[in-house]
Design a binder for this molecule. Sequence first.
Ligand SMILES: *[C@@H]1O[C@H](CO)[C@@H](O)[C@H](O)[C@H]1NC(C)=O
Ligand SMILES: *[C@@H]1O[C@H](CO)[C@@H](O)[C@H](O)[C@H]1NC(C)=O
Ligand SMILES: *[C@@H]1O[C@H](CO)[C@@H](O)[C@H](O)[C@H]1NC(C)=O
Length: 136
Amino acid sequence: MKMISLLLLILSSCLCATFVVNVTQSSYEAEENHSITLEWTFTTEPDSCLSFEFMIFTLITENKKVSVLFHEHGGVEVSQSQDKQFAGRVQSDKELLKDGRIKLHVSKLRINDSGLYLCEIQTDCGYGSAACQLIV
Ligand SMILES: *[C@@H]1O[C@H](CO)[C@@H](O)[C@H](O)[C@H]1NC(C)=O
Ligand SMILES: *[C@@H]1O[C@H](CO)[C@@H](O)[C@H](O)[C@H]1NC(C)=O
Ligand SMILES: *[C@@H]1O[C@H](CO)[C@@H](O)[C@H](O)[C@H]1NC(C)=O
């Protein structure tokens, strides 16, 4: 009996660990050649769960083309993953990570940067993703 309740305790504590990614704005509009800052938020339970295994931001265009804007693995940026389309145009702001926020700044916007921007994060406590729309 003790064994079973201990097992249940372990199981339920694992199930309680959650990680949810969300957007602060579901849609953005910007002019060609201007810049934009896209923002995502995340909540973790327990809040000590801030060790990111990976973080990847991709653009999915209307004709289903997928391009990587930013990729980080174990806290290290993997610049070779980045699509040429975004070379030198993307900056991430991770100062805000402890507040549960992440910002991505994209400059010199082109019309073909329009589409769905997807943020995917894998942590010790689970996986979360959320997307917002950008119209240039
Ligand atoms: C995401 O954020 C919006 C607005 O801040 C809120 O209405 C919505 O419930 C949130 N969704 C989730 C899954 O937390
Ligand atoms: C954006 O910049 C390009 C190259 O500098 C220029 O040809 C184009 O007219 C600009 N577009 C707008 C809307 O200002
Ligand atoms: C997007 O548009 C720019 C010019 O505005 C062009 O140089 C580039 O090749 C285009 N990229 C794609 C993937 O179509």
